[in-house]
Design a protein around this ligand. Structure first.
Ligand code: HEC
Length: 148
């Protein structure tokens, strides 16, 4: 065997490495596909949740807020706001959301403002359902702090 690094060796590393990482990728992709239904609780996906997500997107809430860590860092994380402001109770949370959305902007000097979106009661209830759904996704207890 020669001491030099031959073209053949380089080719074997190239093909061997490619096959190894392709198999690893396929395995991890299959694992994710199998595990996701257990953690995202898609069985809770109702029409109200779907409508709430549409309201969320149409009004660009993510332009200021994060949801499970993704989004903008201007305003609080809302991935766990269902537990923070509703204590895990849907009726209590809907009550909070109706009040909160109605009184914006608070207009307190020196405090960041949230705009008034003029949403209907139905739209706010749907938003509450959507935020409850996201709160119940198993994200390994993230964020670790109830305040977001
Ligand atoms: C222009 C930026 C901005 C946009 C867009 C925005 N928000 Fe906010 N939101 C804020 C700010 C700032 C606060 C914190 C206000 C405060 O504490 O006085 C806040 C607070 C909240 C809270 C209360 C969070 C808590 O922990 O008490 C909720 C719920 C909320 N927003 C929902 C929404 C929803 C739903 C939308 C989309 C319809 C939205 N926000 C769009 C800026 C925004």
């Amino acid at each position: 065997m020669s001491d030099t690094f031959t073209k053949g060796m380089a080719r074997n590393i190239y093909y061997g490495g490619s096959v190894f990482f392709l198999l690893l990728f396929a395995g991890l992709a299959m694992h994710t596909t199998r595990e996701m239904p257990k953690s995202d609780h898609r069985e809770n996906l109702t029409q109200a949740v779907v409508n709430g997500k549409a309201v969320w997107e149409d009004n660009n809430c993510i332009g200021c807020h994060t949801l499970i860590g993704e989004g903008a860092y201007y305003a609080p994380e809302l991935g766990n706001v269902f537990y923070r402001r509703g204590g895990g109770d849907l009726d209590a949370f809907k009550g909070f959301m109706q009040g909160w959305m109605k009184i914006q902007p608070l207009g307190i000097p020196g405090r960041r403002q949230m705009p008034q979106f003029n949403l209907t009661e139905q739209q706010v209830n749907d938003l509450a359902e959507f935020l409850k759904f996201t709160a119940e996704i198993d994200v390994n207890s993230w964020p670790p702090n109830i305040e977001g």
